[in-house]
Design a protein around this ligand. Sequence first.
Ligand SMILES: NC(=O)C1=CN([C@@H]2O[C@H](COP(=O)(O)OP(=O)(O)OC[C@H]3O[C@@H](n4cnc5c(N)ncnc54)[C@H](OP(=O)(O)O)[C@@H]3O)[C@@H](O)[C@H]2O)C=CC1
Ligand SMILES: O=C(O)C(=O)Cc1ccc(O)cc1
Length: 447
Amino acid sequence: MTVLSKVDIEKLKQTKKIGIIGLGDMGLLYARRFSEAGWSVCGCDREERYQELKESMASLLPEVEIYRNGFYVSRTADYIIYSVEAENIEKIVALYGPATKVNAIVGGQTSCKSPEISSFEKHLPADVEIVSVHSLHGPRVDTTGQPLVLIQHRATQESFDFVESVMSCLRSKHVYLTYEEHDKITADTQAVTHAAFLSMGVAWHNSHQYPWETPKWTGGIENAKINISMRIFSNKWHVYAGLAITNPSAHKQISQYAISCEEIFTMMIQGRRDELRERILDAKQKVFGHLGKDHQLLLDDDLLQQYSLAKNPPGGHQRNSHLSLLSIVDSWSQLGIVPYDHIICSTPLFRIFLGVSEYLFCTPGLLEECINVAIEDITFRQDDLQFTMASREWANVVSYGDFNLYRKKFENTQVFFQHMFPEATKMGNEMIKTILQRVKDREAAQN
Ligand SMILES: NC(=O)C1=CN([C@@H]2O[C@H](COP(=O)(O)OP(=O)(O)OC[C@H]3O[C@@H](n4cnc5c(N)ncnc54)[C@H](OP(=O)(O)O)[C@@H]3O)[C@@H](O)[C@H]2O)C=CC1
Ligand SMILES: O=C(O)C(=O)Cc1ccc(O)cc1
């Protein structure tokens, strides 16, 4: 990595143009930030949206030039970012890619890189260089300090430095990977995290419960589960479908998660306490065994207690079998994944999922209590059955590679929770802000 001088960056700003194809949530975020940093930016969305987009952008981001379609962006920009639905990347690159300006650089923002890179290799002229990116956070998270993956796939150092200097205005943490490394890591982190929270939502929906109305879902860990599940369901289905379906490593992960759920649930209902205990403690050793005695937990029940969607939160810790958390740690253990190895490339949701799992597994007495509940207490049996079935359904949909079925399943549950999204988003944002601040404080204390 070469860091260009301020003078060099200013020169580039005078001569280079950045183009964004797909001005949805992430494309707009990039357009705004690049333009605010002084880069010339142009972009487009679907041609049908041209007039409407041009008008809305005239007041929103007047500095950004809006073009009719991707041909105009491709012909004029020096660095072009495709920020479109993963499902359509090949079709869109096939259409506009051949029109790319001579010697320009192209990249993409899609969440899984193999299909993106293979589309570029197939459809871009040989003189065009390839540097891809992936911001590992949603469009409404502060980009500062969040991981940003940069992939120098087919590019000179000079071109890579140019892209990196454009990206530097986001103040994210740059992570340098190949596209293969990127896809392996994000399958471990993002895809399986989403599968777990999607399964929670579907399980609550299928048992006709709003978890914030039911006293058994109270306490900090439950708040985190509920808020993150609502956050995912309030988003666009294609983001989650794309990163799971198009990434072959993700299929293996999501399938293992469903298997872990089923096997653990079976031990619970058959009362196989010793076997369950042995399996869970083995998983604990494999996943958390390397943590020293002075390891500080990222999250705890008290910190998360305040982020409840309940009208009158009764508060306090509730006993729970925590099938979703036992299963994630078991599936990491079965696949030989140590999630801490990926922390440099983690999203806020993954850090929270790891944080609550770590809290359950590493707080003295909590895991034993959870195993006791799993074996003796039938209060959560129906919920756990629903959860096991939901995790299997998601694994099947992903393995069929069926975007339409994914969409139907996602939107079906989305409608059930829709009325709560404004409040859940506010609460989730507050919760994530507090957690990210804690991460920053920790990092500052360690440096
Ligand atoms: N949202 C997130 O949290 C993150 C998303 N990503 C990835 O970034 C990409 C964009 O995501 P996001 O911004 O959230 O999604 P959006 O749906 O908000 O944005 C995608 C945009 O591309 C437009 N589009 C589709 N086809 C074309 C075309 N032929 N020419 C120009 N524009 C087109 C879409 O229009 P239309 O809606 O009409 O189809 C839409 O406005 C996805 O691949 C996603 O996986 C990466 C990091 C985070
Ligand atoms: O943090 C998460 O997992 C999100 O849900 C936001 C998100 C979605 C897609 C990405 O490619 C990156 C981040």
